[in-house]
Ligand binder design. Structure first.
Ligand SMILES: Cc1cc2nc3c(=O)[nH]c(=O)nc-3n(C[C@H](O)[C@H](O)[C@H](O)COP(=O)(O)OP(=O)(O)OC[C@H]3O[C@@H](n4cnc5c(N)ncnc54)[C@H](O)[C@@H]3O)c2cc1C
Ligand code: SF4
Length: 548
């Protein structure tokens, strides 16, 4: 990719747009704006890890911790990013801050689900939170476009809770344990469908199909898994309108006398030099915690509380998914000859079903992802106890019966959960670190308890040894944190309008998950990309009209 050497603000050209962050959100905006003729510079704090350098296909015995402790993902978390954060007054949650070209799409699991009509209507449907400033119908054309852009396998199952598109690649075939699970859930009136994933099951967009190695979450070295660095940025690059700065950690968004964004100050983390770029529009795509941190660190006389933060909402309403699932070792498959069932991690999905059983005393629900953990690693070995030949025999016998159900549940978007910055503690580049404050609500606890009960009920309809992973209380956020720079109808409780545009700074946009008003049980990234696409269209239109 083209890389420029940086200079001071006065010497550099003024770009039409500066995009900060190259993940799911940044990739979409870059491609769209460049193809629309805008001159774009992207600042990315990390640098490229070429697919040839991924550790996905390393055998456990080739790695000191056998692939545990995030060994295979470590190259994607560059610098001291994992440690330059504090959790204070917090339940058991963690946020995922990556530093690599492509962001978390480099090693995500790629389950892509549309939000349903009701997911945009927290207040009118469930009486909690607020309605979004846009509806499903308004976002639907963008879901359709983004699904075609990234390539999604799956099918339309006619379920209102998981609205479907019109252009899916063939679904992933079901494995033995998934057929057995289907038998059980069918008897309980719980739907089970083919998963929708940004994984190619045929050649698509000049990328090869999946070869079912099961290593998506360590990085896909052939590009069958959608990755912004592989499937989006090269398209931006081909327009000749794209400039990429890697190792460029944005420190502050700079403003002019009117308080509008005029550029970005960043640290070249290799040269350890502060530099600046000028831009007419700034699009923030650093992900939920980093984007809030950037705005809060961007203080000026016009924006003394941080950029676009006169109402104090920036950083607030942090939330994400609560988790906790079960591993089951099915008797029916016990002792079967070992064979490679890894596939493309999940092949089926259990959409939200708690609403089918009538009113609950809490709002929201959960979905169940199935078998996203690798078959290669004997996850049960440390749990069953014993030693010697008999122990090894038992581990081997159980392995073919492995079935995993991973729950992703809604949490409530509340102003009392927030990210702030710590002025007295800085990272290795001298930038104030983020501090996370989060407590689960009564609603979250009630949902979590009902989810655990329901999972055990499903297990009781399956014959096998069950290992629940619920803990004593909910935990989060499964890399699905959202909500800190939210869009909304009410200017007192939101920062952005429905086009991801800051109300107080009209040439500032935030399109990553921090813009969510609330969240559902569905994984957020397809919605992040659809919102980014919509924001990009809006920016193009506003530029055409001379408004930006
Ligand atoms: C293992 C795993 C599995 C997942 N599975 C799924 C799934 O199945 N479905 C789903 O919907 N989601 C999944 N996710 C979550 C998904 O990856 C994220 O929701 C998505 O990548 C968010 O996109 P983003 O652009 O907002 O942020 P990111 O992809 O995190 O990108 C942010 C980028 O900004 C850069 N950056 C941050 N701060 C700065 C700064 N100050 N200056 C410059 N650059 C900066 C980062 O280096 C990064 O490249 C998964 C994540 C992981 C880790
Ligand atoms: S399972 Fe398929 S999509 Fe996942 S890493 Fe392997 S080839 Fe890529």
């Amino acid at each position: 990719m083209g890389v420029v050497e940086g200079d001071t603000l006065s010497q550099t050209p003024t770009y039409d747009a500066c995009i900060i962050g190259s993940g799911a959100a940044g990739g979409v905006v870059a491609k769209e704006l460049c193809e629309g003729g805008a001159k774009v510079i992207m600042l990315e704090a990390g640098r490229e890890v070429p697919p040839g350098k991924f550790l996905s296909h390393k055998w456990p015995y080739e790695l000191p911790y056998r692939g545990l402790r995030g060994e295979k993902q470590a190259p994607f978390y560059q610098g001291g990013v994992s440690t330059s954060i504090r959790y204070e007054d917090c339940d058991s949650v963690s946020v995922d801050r990556i530093r690599v070209l492509g962001g978390r799409t480099v090693h995500w699991n790629a389950v892509v689900l549309r939000y349903a009509q009701r997911d945009f209507k927290g207040w009118s449907a469930d009486g909690i939170e607020e309605d979004w400033p846009l509806t499903y119908d308004e976002l639907e054309p963008y879901y359709e476009r983004i699904e075609q852009m990234i390539g999604v396998c799956g099918q339309d199952d006619g379920l209102e809770i998981v609205p479907a598109g019109k252009h899916y690649l063939p679904p992933l075939p079901w494995r033995c344990s998934e057929h057995i699970l289907h038998r059980a859930t069918n008897g309980m009136g719980i739907p089970l469908i083919s998963v929708r994933k940004a994984v190619l099951t045929t050649v698509y967009d000049s990328r090869p199909p999946c070869h079912y190695c099961g290593h998506c979450m360590s990085g896909c070295d052939v590009g069958a898994l959608f990755n912004s660095a592989v499937a989006m940025l090269p398209k931006a690059q081909r327009t000749g309108n794209f400039t990429l700065r890697q190792n460029a950690l944005a420190r502050e968004i700079l403003v002019d006398r009117e308080g509008l964004a005029r550029g970005v100050s960043f640290v070249d983390t290799q040269a350890k030099r502060e530099q600046e770029v000028k831009a007419r529009v700034v699009v923030v795509c650093c992900a939920t915690v980093e984007s809030a941190r950037l705005l809060l660190n961007s203080r000026s006389p016009r924006h003394p509380n941080g950029l676009a933060n006169s109402n104090g909402v920036v950083g607030r309403y942090l939330h994400g998914h609560l988790g906790g699932g079960v591993d089951i070792f099915l008797k029916e498959l016990e002792g079967a000859p070992p064979f490679n069932q890894d596939g493309a991690t999940d092949h089926v999905y259990i959409p939200r079903y708690n609403h089918l059983a009538g009113e609950k005393d809490y709002a929201g629900g959960w979905g169940l992802q199935v078998n996203f953990s690798s078959y290669m690693f004997p996850n049960h070995a440390s749990r069953i106890g014993g030693y010697g030949v008999a122990y090894k025999e038992r581990v081997r016998k159980m392995q073919p019966g492995y079935l995993m159900l991973g729950a992703f549940g809604k949490t409530e978007a509340r102003p009392e959960n927030y990210v702030t910055v710590e002025p007295h503690q800085v990272d290795e580049n001298g930038i104030s670190i983020p501090v996370v404050h989060f407590r689960f609500s009564e609603n979250d606890f009630a949902l979590w308890r009902d989810k655990n009960r329901s999972l055990m009920e499903i297990c009781s309809n399956l014959k096998g040894e069950v290992f629940p992973d619920f803990g004593e209380a909910p935990g989060g956020f499964a890399s699905h944190e959202v909500g800190t720079i939210r869009m909304g109808k009410n200017p007192r409780t939101s920062v952005l309008n429905g086009f991801c545009q800051a109300r107080e700074v009209k040439n500032l946009f935030v399109t990553d998950g921090s813009c969510f008003t609330s969240s559902s049980e569905k994984n957020p990234t397809l919605t992040i990309m659809a919102l980014s696409l919509r924001a990009a269209d809006y920016i193009k239109e506003q530029r055409r009209r001379g408004e930006l």
